[in-house]
Design a protein around this ligand. Structure first.
Ligand code: CP
Ligand code: NVA
Length: 299
């Protein structure tokens, strides 16, 4: 059987996503007792900071009977310029799967191409598929599913927004993005999603959020964009998810944020701490959904 990578939401079909979530739900309630990673090792190459992704993959691997090896890109020879294709082939001789968090998305593609073990994208500048899988699972828990639901994205057209577009493309729900001019999501990904789902973009957060069932935001300056923070704070003025904006959403709407959050910028403290916020369930679900993913592609 060919190895199975997970580099983008579009690597999975609707049926596979649903099966993954059924398994994750079993794992979440403790009904899953198997240890399919016994004797296996997950290598975790991180070129950027991480709390949730790192800890949930390490803990998840342990809970499935395996061992996780954290490899900071700064400490391994990759950081000194060893080619990705060499790193991929060497690691494949030792480990049974690789999670990678990188800057350039192409680096992850190259690693996957040369690795002979499954590769999982733990975030790139372009995509954050593991997070959006957990977000979809959180929506299923909170609202019973995404069918017929409207998801609003408010803020930067970043890696999260692009993975949301992929999710809409695969699952067919309505996605409305509100992004300032110059901060739109990837053009090709947007056009592709538009062919399969009701996907729209506006500069007005109110337009995107009105009647939405899910309101979703993220930091204005992602990892690697720290020096743009000031210019972005100006460009994103008016894009804060606050009580007034949330009031336009459907009454049962939930707030999602992948975290870490900058309170007072993309979201107010009141909203992220408020009754509609599901951000900590969302963070917890990273563990369950990734365990289901590991069991499926590495088990
Ligand atoms: N949401 C998320 O991926 O968080 P970390 O950067 O802490 O992994
Ligand atoms: N867009 C953010 C997500 C962090 C989990 C970033 O890339 O920094």
């Amino acid at each position: 059987m060919p190895k199975r990578d997970f580099l983008a939401i579009t690597d999975l079909s609707t049926t596979e996503i649903k099966a993954l979530f059924d398994l994750a739900a079993q794992m979440k309630v403790g009904r899953y007792k198997k240890q399919p990673l016994t004797g296996k090792v997950l290598g975790m190459v991180f070129a950027k900071s991480s709390t949730r992704t790192r800890v949930s993959f390490e803990v998840g691997t342990y809970q499935l009977g395996g061992h996780a090896l954290f490899l900071s890109a700064r400490d391994i020879q990759l950081g000194r310029g060893e080619p990705i294709k060499d790193t991929a082939r060497v690691l494949s001789r030792y480990v049974d799967g690789i999670v990678i968090r990188a800057f350039a998305h192409g680096d992850v593609g190259e690693l996957a191409r040369f690795a002979t073990v499954p590769v999982i994208n733990g975030l790139t500048d372009l995509l954050h598929p593991c997070q959006v899988l957990a977000d979809l699972f959180t929506i299923r828990e909170a609202l019973g599913g995404w069918e017929g639901k409207v998801v609003a994205w408010v803020g930067d057209g970043n890696n999260m927004a692009n993975s949301w577009l992929h999710a809409a493309q695969v699952l067919g729900f309505e996605l409305r993005l509100a992004c300032p001019e110059g901060y739109e999501p990837n053009h090709e990904i947007f056009e592709q999603a538009k062919r399969n789902a009701k996907v729209s973009i506006t500069e007005l957060p109110e337009e995107a959020v009105r009647g939405a069932h899910v309101v979703n935001t993220d930091v204005w300056a992602s990892m690697g964009q720290e020096e743009e923070a000031e210019a972005r704070a100006l460009a994103f003025k008016g894009y804060t998810v606050d009580r007034e904006l949330m009031a336009l959403a459907a009454p049962q709407a939930v707030l999602l944020h992948c975290l870490p959050a900058h309170r007072g910028e993309e979201v107010t403290d009141e909203v992220i701490e408020g009754p509609q916020s599901r951000v900590f369930d969302e963070a917890e679900n990273r563990l369950h959904v990734q365990k289901a993913l590991l069991a499926t592609i590495m088990g």
